[in-house]
Ligand binder design. Structure first.
Ligand SMILES: *Cc1c(COP(=O)(O)O)cnc(C)c1O
Length: 425
């Protein structure tokens, strides 16, 4: 697989380099040079998730990773289903939250971990990351048990929910978690300091497992096929897909699926009040505002870092940007939509509700609508319980960890102490 840096197309790398490096020169994003058109879509759709995904990723990544290896990576990463649920006539939810940390990021995160373990080369790797909750859990579970990869996750002590902490600070093994006696920004600053320390970086093979990593996007392509596979041929012939978007990685993956030949009529980019993209699509001007906090906080992004990949695909495929529909939803509308969905018998959370609402506004007669549910309702327990005036049971994935003892180390906001800690093992 050949990839180029969108900012500096002369910088070219293979899949292994792109996975190891994350970003190119000037923070440029890597993008595949060729996305092959698959001519056997119906045959693919007839296969089970893992087998189909092995074929899709094999076509994308090519000979660089031997099929046998790739198949193992996919099998180890995709260990949970992505079911489609019917919400009402002609409207379906793709539930991407049945993984170990209850969010769609498990798909990308787990495949990236497998990819990194495969292309790492010799030497030690230490993944160092700071988290305010969600990312840490996804990274910890994705890398748990992988040989010769150490993971160190910093988080602000007492500033994440106790349940959130239980989810990733009870694993042990190659996962070390450190409660820093400071806030999240201080944790991030410590991580940055570590990456700036060339000697440390080399000594322990520091890697960020960055969210911009191309391996994540490739993995996410697979669940768009899984959604289509669960619909009838007539439903998928007129399919409109609404994606709740923050950094626009999820939408990019959907567009790659369409480029591969998956018949999706159009996509809808759905956002909260952080509406840089809907305004850009309406007026042609890129004018990010200051980021505002919303109920759908995983989408509180005003400068979406995958947007250049979206534009690159439209340009390369000769698609008009006007084919991409969009809409922004306020918190008040999100609450109203959650109640409306609940009355229809579907329990959702803020991110999925936004995608549902914009889909309903956009859908035309005769079309089938699909919206992506990116997180389990229990992940946003406090808001969902308040808005719906109900109690949510703890899902099994959380309940299991809630009973285990915390294994975190505690540390002051002190780089020298962190450095010694990292070098110790
Ligand atoms: C990360 C996230 C999103 C946004 O996805 P992008 O790929 O960044 O657009 C939406 N919903 C949830 C629950 C998320 O965690």
């Amino acid at each position: 697989m050949n990839l180029y840096n969108i900012k500096h197309p002369e910088e070219q790398v293979n899949f292994a380099q792109a996975v190891r490096q994350g970003l190119g020169k000037d923070q440029g994003l890597f993008f595949p040079e060729v996305i092959p058109a698959l001519d056997n879509i119906d045959e693919l759709l007839a296969l089970p998730l893992v087998e189909r995904s092995q074929k899709i990723l094999g076509a994308l990544i090519g000979e660089e990773i031997p099929a046998e290896k790739l198949n193992t990576m996919v099998k180890n990463a995709f260990t949970f289903p992505a079911p489609v649920a019917k919400v009402e006539e002609g409207v379906y939810a793709l539930e991407l939250f049945h993984g170990p940390t209850l969010a769609f990021k498990d798909f990308g995160g787990r495949f990236m971990a497998q990819a990194l373990a495969t292309v790492r080369g010799d030497g030690k790797i230490t993944i160092l990351t700071a988290t305010s909750g969600d990312t840490g859990a996804a990274v910890a579970h994705a890398f748990y048990g992988l040989e010769n990869i150490d993971v160190v996750i910093l988080y602000p002590q007492g500033k994440i929910s106790p349940l959130q902490e239980k989810l990733f600070c009870t694993l042990g093994g190659n996962i070390r978690t450190v409660a820093i006696n400071a806030d999240f920004d201080a944790c991030q600053a410590l991580v940055k300091q570590a990456f700036d320390d060339e000697e440390l970086r080399r000594a322990i093979g520091l890697n960020s497992a960055n969210s911009i990593n191309i391996s994540r996007l490739l993995a996410q392509v697979c669940y768009y096929f899984e959604a289509a596979a669960q619909l009838s041929p007539s439903e998928r012939s007129n399919l409109v897909v609404s994606v709740p978007s923050g950094n626009f990685g999820n939408l990019t993956a959907g567009l790659i699926a369409k480029t591969l030949g998956l018949p999706i009529k159009r996509f809808i980019a759905s956002t909260n009040a952080n509406d840089t993209v809907p305004r850009y699509l309406a007026k042609g001007k890129w004018e990010p505002n200051a980021t505002v906090a919303t109920l759908s906080n995983a989408m509180d992004v005003s400068r979406p870092n995958n947007w250049p990949r979206v534009e690159e695909l439209f340009k390369r495929n000769g698609w008009a940007l006007s084919e991409l529909h969009s809409g922004a939803v306020s918190d008040a509308q999100t609450e109203e939509t959650l109640r409306d969905m609940n009355a229809k018998g579907y329990l959702c959370e803020p991110h999925g509700a936004i995608a549902y609402r914009v889909l309903k506004q956009d859908l035309q007669a005769g079309e089938t609508g699909l919206f992506l549910c990116t997180a389990h309702p229990a992940k946003f327990k406090e808001s969902v319980e308040r808005i719906l005036n109900t109690q949510l049971p703890l899902p099994q994935a959380l309940a299991k960890h809630a009973e285990l003892p915390l294994l975190s180390d505690v540390m002051e906001n002190d780089f020298a102490a962190l450095r010694a800690y990292l070098l110790k093992k």
